[in-house]
Design a protein around this ligand. Structure first.
Ligand code: SF4
Length: 332
């Protein structure tokens, strides 16, 4: 398909015609002068489905480090030499304190992450107790937690857990380049099992690990099929001590990063599109443009990397002409 035709498609967007793989790759290759058309198209979809709200999530790392897996980007991996704090369970004071903060600041969601891929039933019951306690505040809770058995997933569902994060991270064909201790297929199957139990799903990926543009498109095509409530897109922050510490990230220009987010909005229009890790680095100073595309961000940092504080994040959203919202409007 010629460049002209993709430009025409952007000008006359037809939601009943999903982007083909070739068209999606063309979007990632659009010349700079076509960016306004791409942004306008993404903005129209963003306002149609999400208005001008930005949902803000707070992330608590409940279990940190000592993971048996070898994900190349991750400071918590068995292969990582990153000097991170390692613990089996964060203090209740910190966990409940963060949950209170989500409640008091009217944030959209409390995300809790646990390193590792396998958990004993006792560990899950322990977590379920804490979820029950936090749900007394009626905060929305999303848990990022490796692979669960169906029994364990039901235990968390019964405790009131709303959503589970399980990222695809990259394309099926690129996945073995970043991890060999589990497979892409295991991730897809886990997500399908969780969807079958009625969980909301948060699933996205990481850009900048050495994947091709076709890989980015393939991942988004799989995500389109999964149709998660939320799609977090992370931009690699190479962490010293990890296998990707010296990864060349010069390709992650603000323009390319925006193209990826626009493509996510075009392909999975109704989902929350979240600019996750890397926001403070790759989009610094262009937040008003970023919010034309995404409707969801984190405040106060990531699992093993710091970030912008809650009050500063809220101020930045208002100054960009958008609204920090209490609830995510998934159902449209
Ligand atoms: S991404 Fe998750 S599974 Fe992979 S090494 Fe990090 S904590 Fe372990």
């Amino acid at each position: 398909m010629s460049e002209l035709s993709i430009t025409l498609r952007l000008e006359n967007w037809d939601e009943s015609r999903p982007l083909t793989r070739e068209e999606a790759v063309e979007i990632l290759n659009l010349p700079e002068e076509e960016m306004p058309k791409l942004l306008d198209c993404a903005y129209a979809l963003r306002t149609k489905y999400k208005g001008k709200k930005v949902s803000v999530q707070l992330l608590t790392n409940v279990r940190s480090g000592n993971c048996s897996q070898n994900c190349a980007y991750c400071a918590q991996s068995r292969d990582s030499e990153a000097p991170i704090e390692k613990y089996r369970r964060v203090s209740d004071e910190k966990l409940y304190g963060d949950n209170d903060l989500v409640d008091e600041k009217h944030l959209a969601r409390h995300c809790i992450g646990l390193s590792g891929i396998g958990f004993s039933d006792e560990e899950i019951e322990d977590l379920a107790d804490r979820i029950r306690e936090m749900k007394k505040k009626e905060t929305q809770i999303c848990c990022s937690i490796g692979f669960l058995t169906e029994k364990q997933a039901k235990m968390l569902k019964e405790a009131g857990l709303d959503r589970i994060n399980h990222n695809l991270n990259s394309s099926r064909s690129f996945y073995p380049e970043i991890c060999t201790t589990h497979t892409y297929e295991q991730r897809v199957n886990n997500i399908k099992m969780l969807q079958g139990l009625g969980f909301e799903i948060c699933s996205g990926g990481i850009i900048g690990m050495g994947e091709s543009k076709e890989d980015v498109v393939d991942m988004l095509m799989d995500l389109r099929e999964i149709n998660p409530e939320s799609v977090p897109i992370n931009f690699l922050l190479p962490i010293p001590g990890t296998r990707l510490a010296d990864r060349d990230i010069s390709e992650l220009t603000p323009e390319y990063c925006l193209k990826v987010l626009c493509l996510a909005r075009l392909m999975i229009s109704k989902s929350d599109i979240r600019c996750a890790a890397g926001r403070e680095v790759y989009f610094k100073g262009i937040e008003p443009t970023l919010f034309k595309v995404v409707d969801s961000i984190f405040a106060s940092g990531y699992l093993t990397a710091g970030g912008q504080g809650i009050d500063a994040t809220m101020k930045m959203i208002e100054e960009a002409g958008f609204t920090g919202e209490i609830e995510s409007t998934d159902e449209e």
